[in-house]
Design a protein around this ligand. Structure first.
Ligand code: B12
Ligand code: SF4
Length: 525
């Protein structure tokens, strides 16, 4: 007998394969407790990526649904996010055309707010806004066994966290081996930054630590070594942060990797001591700074002690082995190009490992909506709703910055041009220098995509010699060291001849690297 088709499919289009959906695993893990054992047995999880063609997603789902016995209802639940709402809308449209009786249930942050008028909501049968852990199983139970739900839009129940089953057993062996494992010690955030969806949360709710760590222990026992915490503020309750870090310190191995999002101005001594105990390569912190401009911070209700922030970033860079990703947002209400530049320069001086440059987005439901068109804030109407212009920054400047951010990723955040950029950006305003380089790159190449590492080497050579006026031979040596250290092995035009005897060059670059690392560790005290 062929296996009977599932009654319920949980599906989503992830940003990339490496990102496994934690939200859907919560729903799956709670099917038995809040829907009934029979429901769990008839539910499957099917993830795709946004790179997959819509017709292939539809075909895969239809094949999975098979031909149900007469009258048996089937349900597909979609997790809808800013990165997948457009293709998911098409998937839903085609599924409903192919199988009108299919019940489509939506959930996720993109359809939890301002859902009125959204095409995907119009096409679907049901929408659960907010948390779906308990409400989705209950809705499925009602759809399969009655009574028929009265409302199309259901406000997701937000139970005490003890009533939610943890989802970690739903990570498969394949997930453990190949994907980022998202984990969550707490939900929500007590802060109110207006551009952020978490500003809508009343507070942060913490899962019982003992229960959470037991689940992590089980994951670790199954071989998981790569954990990405989705907690909005990992360093909110220091006792919990310490317990979690100690848990990993007790299981320290060279392949362990931990990612946390932290607020920048809260790093008390005992947390510093704990962080300092981790060797290189284990900790990665995402440090949201967003802006150093106090007026802008006030305008978006973001509380942040800038001096404390700088002191903490400086301490982390100098005294810990944590890898720091710091974030800045361009286009916040009241931020000008020059005030942003001042913030960038202040951050750059602290030498974080990466500065991630984002452009403001007006996420559905966020309080940022109060800074609207009547105040001169213009956003793209399509996802991801990026700001187009503000009273302080005109549209060409936003586009100019967007190009700069792309070049910054290629040249700085890629880590491919460490030596060369350090020399170029050494001066009173690294931002101004990089902006000039970005403008030149745009004028010269006319594109921000499809630039190979070799093309970038040649562009930088031309810029550093012809525009910045640096001496050609020393520029060549710097670029060569960077190029070899990056591991690339093709043939940029400006390095012709120098790459002939590769073995010799590789040894030379290893020596340069060793000297550089020595310099870094000395600088780190
Ligand atoms: C992991 C993550 C990512 C991953 C992608 C993950 C993936 N699966 O592909 C990466 C790092 C790529 C990413 C990128 C971005 N992200 Co992101 N990301 C997150 C993060 C940190 C965790 C998501 C998560 O697992 N949460 C935990 C689970 C339990 O919550 P949940 O997913 O919301 O699921 C619950 C409910 O939504 C609901 N639910 C979910 N699915 C379903 C399905 C059904 C049927 C039902 C009924 C209910 C339901 O029930 C779940 C349990 O209660 C969240 C912040 C956060 N802590 O939530 C931001 C978040 C989702 N991201 C956000 C944003 C804005 C972005 C970016 C645009 C940021 C940027 N670069 O500017 C990019 C876009 C990427 C792109 N390619 O375009 C916003 C989302 C806004 C939105 N409307 O979707 C969030 C909420 C952060 C914020 N600022 O507030 N992100
Ligand atoms: S930006 Fe960070 S601190 Fe501010 S509300 Fe969002 S999660 Fe909380």
């Amino acid at each position: 007998m062929p296996p009977s088709p599932p009654a319920i499919i949980l599906s989503t289009l992830n940003a990339r394969y490496i990102h496994a959906s934690l939200g859907l695993r919560y729903l799956l893990a709670n099917m038995a407790r809040h829907g009934g054992a029979d429901l769990r047995a008839h539910t499957v999880l099917r993830e795709f990526t946004i790179a997959r063609r819509v017709d292939e997603v539809v075909a895969a789902l239809l094949a999975e649904l098979g031909e149900p016995a007469d009258g048996t209802p089937q349900i597909v639940g979609f997790g809808v996010y800013i990165w997948n709402v457009l293709p998911t809308t098409e998937v839903v449209r085609r599924l409903k055309l192919a199988r009108p009786a299919l019940k489509i249930v939506l959930g996720g942050p993109e359809v939890s707010h301002e859902w009125e008028g959204q095409e995907i909501v119009r096409l679907a049968d049901y929408l659960i806004t907010g948390w779906g852990d308990v409400s989705f199983p209950r809705l499925c139970r009602a759809l399969l066994h009655g009574p028929k739900p009265l409302m199309k839009v259901i406000s997701g129940e937000q139970p005490a966290l003890e009533e939610i089953e943890l989802p970690y057993a739903e990570y498969s062996t394949g997930d453990l081996a190949h994907r980022l494992l998202y984990v969550e010690a707490s939900r929500g955030c007590p802060f109110k930054c207006e551009f952020c969806l978490s500003a809508l949360d009343k507070t942060a709710w913490a899962f019982d630590l003992e229960r959470f760590l037991a689940a992590l222990d089980e994951l670790h026992r199954r071989g998981a070594r790569n954990f990405k915490f989705v907690d909005r503020t990992f360093n909110l309750k220091i006792d919990s942060s310490l317990t979690i870090l100690q848990f990993f310190l007790d299981r320290l191995t060279p392949d362990l990797f931990l990612h946390f999002e932290v607020i920048p101005d809260h790093l008390p001594g005992r947390l510093r001591e704990m962080i300092a105990r981790f060797p290189p390569g284990v900790l990665q912190f995402e440090v949201g700074i967003q802006t150093f401009n106090p007026e802008v911070q006030q305008g978006i209700s973001r509380r942040q002690d800038n001096d404390q922030t700088c002191a903490n970033v400086d301490w982390l860079v100098r005294h810990s082995h944590a890898h720091l990703h710091t974030d800045l947002i361009f286009g916040l209400p009241g931020e000008t190009l020059s005030s942003f530049a001042a913030g960038f320069d202040r951050l750059y001086a602290l030498c974080p490992h990466e500065i991630q440059l984002g452009v403001l987005k007006r996420l559905r439901g966020t309080p940022l909506a109060r800074h609207g068109a009547e105040d001169g804030m213009i956003y793209d109407a399509r996802p991801p709703y990026t700001v187009q212009q503000t009273p302080a920054v005109d549209a060409p400047t936003v586009q100019r910055f967007t190009r700069l951010a792309r070049y910054w990723d290629l040249l700085a955040n890629s880590g491919r041009f460490k030596e060369s950029l350090a020399v170029l950006l050494d001066g009173p305003s690294p931002f101004a220098v990089f902006l000039a380089l970005a403008d030149w790159l745009w004028q010269t190449t006319g594109r921000t995509g499809g630039l190979t590492p070799e093309k970038l080497v040649d562009c930088l050579f031309e810029y550093l010699t012809a525009v910045a006026g640096l001496e050609a031979e020393s520029v060549r040596r710097m670029l060569l060291a960077d190029y070899l250290a990056s591991g690339a092995r093709a043939n940029p035009a400006c390095l012709q001849g120098l790459l002939k005897d590769r073995d010799k060059q590789v040894k030379w670059s290893v020596r340069v690297l060793a000297q550089r690392q020595e310099r870094h560790s000395n600088a780190g005290g």
